[in-house]
Design a protein. Structure first.
Length: 263
């Protein structure tokens, strides 16, 4: 590779031939966060909040700034392998030690909009994934595998979390699908539009929370609460997701962007 690749990118960004698409939600007190079933209710993630320090006033005449507070897994966010017990002993598994090469890679988009619309508890099967590959090619090395459901377009927090007395009802994965991605494909990780990388009913799957269990156990990462996946091509975009460098962090809110060729 010569630096012509990067020069072409710079020219493309300047001309608009390469568009930058924001895949992130806005952080506010209303940003939906994962609420675990009651039996896991002993630990709660803080919703996002901010407190004004000063705003060009007697607390600071020339400057505006805030204190902020939230759980690591709030809004559009990065899951590091150390997030799960299966990834706890892996090398370079936390937000501060993950190699930065893992923060950028080709994005592939698997469209399951119709399936998720038809069944909120839809679980992507291995056959579904393999039929995607037979149409679009083998998932490339270093890819982010994005699971498009258009779930991010739900109009309210209630519709987005879609909870009833049995818990959340949002799409996810068959365990064998994530096992295949974790073991047979050399990917960075998977990204979803829902509040977490697993299905709403994943506490009852075997293993429970299979995407977390199997992906993090294979030193792979996750992205949750993505949006605008409908603005990405099936293949051909580059995704950039760099978590905050929290010492031994399990994840972090993240501004996720995609570079998308136009025309
Ligand atoms: Mn998470």
């Amino acid at each position: 590779m010569t630096n012509a690749v990067l020069m072409d990118l710079a020219v493309g960004l300047a001309s608009g031939a390469v568009k930058v698409v924001d895949l992130s939600v806005t952080l506010s007190p209303d940003t939906p966060i994962l609420e675990l079933p009651e039996e896991f209710g002993w630990g709660k993630s803080w919703p996002f909040s901010k407190e004004e320090i000063s705003r060009y006033d007697d607390r600071g005449p020339a400057w505006y700034w805030n204190n902020i507070k939230c759980g690591e897994h709030t809004g559009t966010h990065f899951d590091a392998p150390v997030h799960w017990v299966t990834g706890q002993d892996l090398p370079d598994n936390a937000t501060d030690t993950l190699p930065p090469e893992r923060f950028i890679g080709p994005a592939v988009v698997i469209d399951a909009v119709a399936e998720a619309d038809n069944d909120p508890d839809f679980l992507m099967s291995l056959d579904f994934l393999k039929s995607w590959e037979s149409e679009n090619g083998t998932i490339p090395d270093g890819a982010w595998v994005l699971y498009r459901t258009d779930w991010s377009k739900k109009g309210s927090k209630e519709a987005y979390l879609n909870k009833d007395e049995t818990g959340g009802h949002t799409p996810g994965w068959d365990p064998e699908t994530v096992a295949f991605l974790a073991q047979e494909r050399n990917i960075i990780g998977v990204g979803v539009e829902t509040v977490g990388t697993d299905a709403g009913q994943a506490a009852g799957q075997d293993p429970m929370f299979p995407c977390h269990n199997l992906m993090h156990g294979a030193n792979k990462c996750g992205l949750a609460s993505l949006r605008n996946l409908d603005q990405l091509p099936t293949t051909g975009a580059i995704l950039i997701a760099a978590p905050l460098k929290i010492e031994q962090g399990s994840g972090s809110p993240c501004r996720v962007i995609a570079l998308v060729p136009q025309g």
